[in-house]
Design a protein around this ligand. Sequence first.
Ligand code: SF4
Length: 93
Amino acid sequence: MPGLDEAAPTTDRDWRAAAACAGAPLDLFFPESDLPEAAAAALAVCATCDVREACLAFALATNQTEGIWGGMTADERRRLRRRLRDRRRRLAS
Ligand code: SF4
């Protein structure tokens, strides 16, 4: 499995059928607090999910700025997007 830094953005939604979070309460994945404890339960579900990579790629491709996607918090995805953007710029120069 490629590293999370290598997740290719995609808008494909087929992965949702195998989501470990199917049927979970929405507020579990969209906690009101930014505290790490608030995300812990959702991240534990993500850790067991077979489609984590596809979920993360979708979140990146569709610029999901809220909630837990692909085993990452919104802040973690923001940092990942920045790293990916910086890497693309370095490769292009
Ligand atoms: S990685 Fe997490 S948010 Fe994404 S489908 Fe799996 S359990 Fe749901």
